[in-house]
Unconditional design. Structure first.
Length: 378
């Protein structure tokens, strides 16, 4: 192996999900800084910002893999970007480290999945919601694979629980005209709302639901919550203080986790970024992804993806997310589940948690309870 370990970082720091990309880049760069201090082997980041433009993701991945000598790329936020760059990663026999929650139904040997799949976020969310709020939700989503697949699975879950989906609507990326969707929600009066929107669309929707709750108490968060599986601390300031207070979000990590590993992590983040920095799940997962990647390369003595995957599945690695072990069959990490309620100061108060859940990306039943075991209230 070359003396220098080159790792590509491919995140959009501008555009509709730029706040997530900036946090992911910062998390990856913090991991690099710590690794360069701890290891003699030089670790060289190769950073490309695609600016949320799909052709630039393709060119960026091609440059990293073909021209810059990277076998590993830590990057992409959306499933659209991940699916676009995957053929290039396969062609060059590389490894993509993907750290965002996604819609499942994928297990590629050229990807390490550090973000959760539906049995690690959506299923436990519904386990929590259905007994407490009922089985008549309204579904909203971004008009691409994340929104489509998450809502399709939600329909299956609700059908298996004997419930009814009262409405299902989609918006394009960056669409902020949400009035007609919110008017339909007011008319249908659901038990809760599953929000699979992205970026500005999600922020505008949450603000409109806040206004709806102000004039009709039935739509306040304690009565009809909005729950998301893709909303993080780094986005809450864009929504505005107090706008989304009380709404729910699932994640593998929250800044408010009260564990020794997280307290130590927060001290190191404070030393690097300042006391005001709140850590998001994308920061923590990008940090974890790059650290796992570099340490596995160093342990294997090569950046060959086959050797790296063997290291990852041999024994759990300690991380801020808890012990991380990559399933050799699915290439997914077992991850904890946390459900957080948004607070007035743009943080999350943890409502409920589960220890690491083994991934079941195809929902075969290998690592999940039957859909029909869900308990509901009418």
């Amino acid at each position: 192996m070359r003396d220098a370990v080159k790792i590509g970082i491919l995140y959009s720091t501008t555009g509709p999900y730029g706040s997530m990309g900036r946090d992911a880049r910062d998390g990856a760069e913090m991991a690099l800084h710590e690794l360069q201090t701890a290891h003699e082997r030089r670790i060289v980041p190769e950073f490309i910002d695609p600016k949320a433009h799909i052709p630039d993701y393709l060119e960026g991945a091609r440059s990293l893999l073909r021209d810059r000598g990277c076998r590993h790329i830590v990057g992409t936020i959306t499933s659209l970007a991940r699916k676009e760059v995957l053929p290039l990663v396969e062609k060059h026999d590389g490894l993509l480290w993907y750290m965002c929650p996604y819609e499942g139904f994928e297990a590629n040997e050229n990807v390490v999945y550090i973000g959760g799949c539906p049995n690690q976020h959506l299923l436990p969310v519904f386990d929590y919601l259905l007994p407490r709020y009922g089985n008549r939700p309204y579904l909203v989503g971004a008009n691409y694979v994340w929104g489509w697949e998450m809502n399709r699975l939600a329909r299956e879950l609700i059908g298996a629980a004997g419930g009814e989906v009262l409405g299902e609507r989609y918006l394009p990326f960056e669409e902020t005209a949400v009035e007609r969707v919110v008017a339909d929600i007011e008319l249908q009066r659901p038990s809760f709302i599953l929000n699979n929107l992205i970026g500005p669309s999600s922020y505008a929707f949450l603000a409109a639901i806040k206004a709806l709750g102000a004039r009709d108490p039935a739509f306040r968060p304690e009565n009809c919550p909005v729950v998301s599986c893709d909303l993080t601390e780094c986005e809450l300031s864009a929504i505005g203080a107090g706008v989304a207070t009380g709404q729910l979000c699932a994640a593998a990590y929250f800044d408010s986790l009260d564990t020794p590993d997280n307290m130590d992590f927060k001290r190191r983040v404070t030393a690097r970024f300042g006391a005001e920095r709140r850590i998001s799940s994308v920061f923590a997962c990008a940090y974890t992804s790059l650290k796992l990647c570099a340490e596995a390369i160093i342990a294997a003595g090569t950046d060959d993806p086959v050797a790296v995957r063997k290291i990852l599945s041999a024994a759990p690695a300690r991380s801020v997310l808890g012990p991380i072990l990559i399933d050799p069959d699915t290439h997914h990490a077992a991850l904890p589940f946390h459900l957080g309620r948004i607070t007035d100061d743009n943080g999350f108060a943890i409502v409920t948690s589960q220890s690491a859940i083994a991934a079941d990306p195809y929902l075969t039943g290998r690592n999940r309870r039957s859909l029909r075991q869900l308990r509901v209230v009418s």
